[in-house]
Design a protein around this ligand. Sequence first.
Ligand code: ATP
Length: 333
Amino acid sequence: MHNITLIQGDGIGPEISEATMKIIKAAGVEINWDIQTAGADVIETEGKPLPDRVLESIKKNKVALKAPVTTPIGKGFRSVNVELRRALDLYANIRPCKNIEGIKTPFNNVDLVVVRENTEDLYAGLEEKIDDNTIHGIKLITRSASERIVDYAFQYALKNNRKKVVAVTKANICKMSDGLFLDSARNVAKKYEGKIEYGEILVDNLCMQLVQNPSKFDVLVLPNLYGDIVSDLTAGLIGGLGVAQGANIGKDCAVFEPVHGSAPDITGQNLANPTALVLCACEMLNYIGEGDASKKIQNAIYKTLKEGKFLTKDLGGCAKTTEFTDEVIKNLK
Ligand code: ATP
């Protein structure tokens, strides 16, 4: 029996969490879910969107599965997602992106991984008002965090049989901040000479090349904001946010979380695609040593998507979340 923290989130979070728990149970893995609430709903009763009990639960269990929590746009409380990563020092955000058989896209040879720095950059929340019409936002880049994430990317490449790591910046314009990230990347890359190839690209050029010929990219390592934007782009290359998985890894704990947000436009309608969260759960199962169950669930998901009879609306089908889930369970072997 594994003890795992589950943040069901809001928006489509509870619907896809329900689906994921059902699939894991059907695959025969016993999990004692420590269900923790966070976000706007708990502010009134607990005074903040990310109560200490959530952090304590993850610190105790070491592993969490997290569905999206809505971040208010332009005002309101700080993102729970960002705060969680910062508070637990989950410095590496890993977002693999590979074509899935059965999902039609303009490309059929995408197989890349976005490694996103998760603790600083414009996400540090350092903004101040100069006057009513002027805001000052600080882009925080440190050598230690930059070297740590680039080293993670190279280690990931070594462990996963990848060939090349490319550092992504806008160092021609942000000469000091992105310049420091790039300098850190070059230093780290020297350690891996002869083992893993190293390259550099500007983020605007990367976006253009990704939509023209994504197969030329392998592992990308980026500061926080570029990583966020580019990973939504790469999700689009393989069928959209409904299938894009992710993981936040730190020294002491890991939080598995899809790329997508809370999708308020489809909330409560049984329309959400649970694939991304289920694939996150598969990574989580690998992480806790349940590799066989992980493979079984992955195979069932891929079989369901390949057969294409029960695709959710985002993938061009008309299956409800619950129908897709039941089909995945039927395909578990
Ligand atoms: P955030 O900035 O909070 O990460 P986002 O910009 O990634 O959010 P989402 O909330 O993920 O935005 O939604 C973007 C679009 O993708 C919406 O139209 C939403 O319905 C769709 N979408 C996101 N996740 C899913 C899903 N699991 N299934 C189906 N559609 C989804």
